[in-house]
Design a protein around this ligand. Sequence first.
Ligand code: HEM
Length: 141
Amino acid sequence: MTPRQIMLVQATFEQSRARSRIIGERFYRRLFSRYPELRALFTGDMQDQAGKLIRIVAVLVDSLDRPNETADILFELGIRHQVYGVRIEHYRAAGRIFLWAIKPSDGNPFSTEIKQAWMAFYEMIVEQMVEAPRQALQAQA
Ligand code: HEM
């Protein structure tokens, strides 16, 4: 991510912090309505899960200027997601829905530049959750 993309993600997340719970809930509602087969992967309370998702997103957004502080968190989160049965196509689907869920609710859509910044943010997370563990496994083999 470029410094400007980091700034844009942090600034737009700041504006949505107050409604971040709603963002998490909107995200899962749409995920399960589009991909009902994913519902069975989740065993816990979905309000709790929405809270967990948004809390980690907040930590990641806040740490964007210090990515080495979150590399280990994302690596381990990625390994746990492998165990949950999450596959790369699930990440792709979730990414599109996340972008939809995060956009402002006041009817003013994000500019292309802001959307691209959030896409770069999501790609960076997936890279560290999926690619980093995969490469570590390959290095072991
Ligand atoms: C890339 C962005 C994602 C982030 C940041 C994220 C974050 C989290 C967090 C923080 C948890 C709480 C438990 C833990 O820490 O292990 C969790 C659990 C979980 N996530 Fe994700 N997740 C992401 C993508 C996905 C995708 C694409 C799926 C596919 C459906 C998924 C499925 C799950 C499942 C099944 C659980 C366990 C829920 C349970 O125990 O009932 N996640 N996720």
